[in-house]
Write a protein that binds this ligand. Structure first.
Ligand code: ZN
Length: 106
């Protein structure tokens, strides 16, 4: 996953320069602790403790998957849409990769 919750309940992106400095980051879905993973061949992302099962956020997303959702996110953001990465929808208990709000009123 690319988004985590901070101790002050704000969302932070894994690529944010502040992310490595923050402690106590949590999963927006299950609220368990997550850890920043960063490496030369990996794009920055958050991961649960291996022993903790999370029903909302799937782990092990491939590099292509993570890059793809960031590319789509950036594309729609530039076009002026309201876009959220990995928004956790509590009432549906789902976490779409990208949530885009329509400009038109439906
Ligand atoms: Zn979780």
């Amino acid at each position: 996953m690319i988004i985590a919750l901070t101790q002050t309940n704000e969302y932070i992106q894994a690529s944010d320069s502040k992310a490595p400095l923050l402690k106590g980051l949590r999963c927006p879905g299950c609220e368990k602790r997550v850890f920043l993973k960063k490496g030369e061949s990996k794009i920055p992302h958050f991961s649960h403790h291996p022993k903790e099962a999370c029903k909302v956020f799937s782990e092990g997303e491939t590099r292509e998957h993570l890059e793809g959702k960031l590319a789509i996110y950036n594309f729609f953001k530039k076009k002026g849409y309201m876009v959220k990465l990995e928004a956790y929808l509590k009432n549906l208990n789902q976490r779409p990769d990208i949530l885009i709000e329509s400009k038109k009123k439906l």
